[in-house]
Write a protein that binds this ligand. Structure first.
Ligand code: NAI
Length: 459
């Protein structure tokens, strides 16, 4: 047994929740250590999630554009071909640069790094292999991993999860995606653009559960137009490898045969092997760590990010990690769970913040609604990206913005204005009165806000 190493704070997990907490705590003067079992820092997001998927989404979009999208601009491209190995190498390069960047930030901020799987050993103690760490404060930020279904023969080759689908060596001729959530639609889009015939099988009668229904309906139409096939209200009951194919069984329907299958049916928290009970940390019925509204799980132990549930999004994890670190240093860290934007990076992008129209109806909240299409926006026309709309929902009496939902070009960037406005308690009229640069896509957000008051200029 090595000597016990003492720190003010030990963070378990170096994903967007853990690394952000560690850096912020170190900046604020705490002697901070971070334990990560993988050789590369950055967690799912940087290694096998947000970042590599966005790299492939950008590259595949360029390929699709070169093949089909430039003629309208008067640019003729003959014989565009795919170099998948180069596309993958570019993605790997981005991942390497960003994960090395976190290692650099740890060094610069004097965060001590331990590599290995951590487990709690009673309050205030963490074991990494034979190394004991002691700290008055511990943050668990171990994230989540892809969930599966019973009856799936997940061999990682023909039938795999998102990690596998980020590194397939060739474009499958036929791909079946199980689950029409963020992962299924983003990675389904990547491989469809690269030439695969993609069928998405979804249990519900709609895609993108949790997204505003009107926006999801528009998305479904646009994805179908792009050539993706959808089988809705269809429960996958199993998938097996047969020779060099995979066969997907669906309740009450003919099975589907494919070259590859992507399983994207949600994620589950990473709590195994952490010995959480030893420190009095409890799980909820779905296996997430139970925390209070300040992310405290047990005396001296906090938990942030996917492992505590809520929205399983990198930026939510980061904000929770930073807020916990700031409160540890006596500052006023704060996360408003009602104002966390979500973005699906398909083409067009889909983004939302706040409550959906369906949620407002269920909650019985009276609301105004303003909708504006990108069709009348000059910048969208110049981009040749006029599909989609912005929807602003505000309270019927106070006009306070309750939700903003966008499908359209750069929706992920446009939603930042809505999140900022909501964080400041703005009304739809406030956005309508702010000068928006012309010609920009942001004018559509302003027009949707004006439309909530029946006074858009271009509606
Ligand atoms: P998800 O929970 O968003 O969607 C899973 C889908 O699978 C659901 O629509 C569900 O109805 C369906 N499903 C479940 N069982 C099924 C069955 N037996 N047959 C057919 N369909 C079935 O999960 P997803 O897409 O795997 O993403 C996981 C998490 O990662 C989500 O919480 C998501 O927010 C997050 N994520 C966020 C991204 C982003 O912010 N851009 C990108 C990727 C993931």
């Amino acid at each position: 047994m090595n000597d016990v190493k003492k720190h003010d704070l030990v963070v378990i997990g170096a994903g967007p929740g853990g690394y952000a907490a560690a850096i912020r705590a170190a900046q604020l003067g705490l002697d901070t250590a971070c334990v990560e079992k993988e050789p590369r820092l950055g967690g799912t997001c940087l290694r096998v999630g947000c970042i590599p998927s966005k790299a492939l989404l950008e590259s595949s979009e360029k390929f699709a554009e070169a093949r089909h999208g430039l003629a309208a601009h008067g640019v003729q491209v003959e014989g565009a071909t795919l170099d998948l190995a180069a596309m993958m190498a570019r993605k790997d390069g981005i991942v390497a640069a960003l994960t090395d960047g976190i290692a650099g930030l740890f060094k610069a901020n004097k965060v001590t790094r331990y590599q290995g799987a951590a487990r709690l050993d009673g309050p205030g103690r963490v074991m990494v292999g034979e190394q004991a760490l002691q700290a008055e404060r511990i943050i668990v930020a171990t994230g989540s991993s892809a969930a599966s279904l019973p009856g799936l023969d997940l061999d990682g080759d023909r039938i795999g999860d998102s990690t596998a689908a980020l590194a397939w060596p060739a474009v499958p001729e036929r791909l079946v995606v199980i689950g029409a959530g963020y992962i299924g639609l983003e990675l389904g889009s990547v491989w469809a653009r690269l030439g695969a015939q993609v069928t998405v099988v979804e249990y519900l009668d709609r895609i993108l559960p949790g997204t505003d229904g009107e926006i999801a309906r528009v998305a479904l139409q646009l994805f179908r137009k792009q050539g993706l096939e959808f089988v809705l209200s269809a429960k996958v009951t199993g998938a097996r490898v047969e020779g060099d194919k995979a066969v997907v069984s669906i309740e009450g329907r003919e099975p589907l045969t494919a070259d590859r299958v992507l399983v994207a049916v949600g994620r589950r928290p990473h709590t195994g092997g952490l010995n959480l009970e030893s420190a009095g940390v409890a799980l909820d019925a779905r296996g997430f760590i139970r925390v209070d509204d300040r992310n405290l799980a047990a005396p001296g132990i906090w938990a942030v990010g996917d492992v505590v549930g809520g929205l399983l999004l990198a930026h939510k994890a980061t904000d929770e990690g930073v807020a916990v670190a700031e409160r540890m240093a006596g500052k006023a860290g704060h996360v408003d769970p009602a104002v966390i934007p979500a973005v699906c990076y398909t083409d067009p992008e889909i983004a939302g913040v706040g409550r959906t129209e369906e949620q407002l109806k269920v909650d019985g909240v009276p609301f105004r609604k303003g909708v504006m299409s990108f069709r009348s926006n000059g910048r969208a026309m110049a981009l040749d990206r006029v599909e989609g709309r912005v929807k602003v929902l505000s309270h019927k009496q106070t006009d306070r913005i309750l939700g903003v939902h966008v499908i359209g070009p750069r929706a992920g960037d446009l939603i930042a204005e809505a999140a900022a406005a909501m964080a400041f308690g703005a009304s739809a009229e406030d956005i309508g009165r702010v000068c928006h640069a012309h010609p920009t896509l942001s004018e559509v957000v302003r027009e949707a806000a004006l439309a909530a008051h029946d006074r858009p200029l271009h509606g």
